[in-house]
Design a protein around this ligand. Sequence first.
Ligand code: FMN
Length: 192
Amino acid sequence: MTNYSTQPIDFLLTRRSCPFLTLKEPVPSRQELQTILTAAARCPDHGKLEPWRFIVLEKLAMPRLATILHERGETLGKAPSLLAKACEVFTVANLIVTVVSKPNKEAKIPLIEQTLSAGAVCLSLLNAALAAGWGANWLTGFGAHDEEFRKKALGLSPDEYVAGFIHIGTSTSIPPDRPRPDVEAITTWVNE
Ligand SMILES: Cc1cc2nc3c(=O)[nH]c(=O)nc-3n(C[C@H](O)[C@H](O)[C@H](O)COP(=O)(O)O)c2cc1C
């Protein structure tokens, strides 16, 4: 249940994320996901460095990730209620694509541009999933920002970061919208 128009501009004017708790099975098949990932990777990338990669987390991986996150949260002294919520993000998930940012320090392209490209991949992935009729949401959480969790749960090197956990599934209710920016208020027109 998505309620999106399929006209490209109308899609972009109405697209929105689905609360992760409303994302259920079925999820895209590996073949369907391959198409979505192909669309996501068709993304602005200064210098064609491909400073990102994907890790597809399937349902069977979720309990292990939640356990590692829970242990890590306890070590870090996270409040039990916050920790339970953070772990739930994994326990209820059926499919998550981790977009890994892997900036190349040796390249002449500024690191900020490489990081921005990873963010662009996240939005492309989100939109590709929505455009294909799935529900999706871009989440992070403290695990994304914790080097130990990234290494233990995802096998990331110290030079790799989580740009986003993109949850994908079947949307079971029409997603609510949120107030959107007043574009006039944030836009400056320059003509001299
Ligand atoms: C980098 C990034 C990380 C985010 N992490 C979270 C998160 O951990 N939890 C959350 O509730 N929303 C998070 N959000 C917000 C949602 O992904 C999203 O912005 C919001 O649901 C509305 O998105 P929409 O414009 O697609 O409807 C994050 C957004 C970004 C850009």
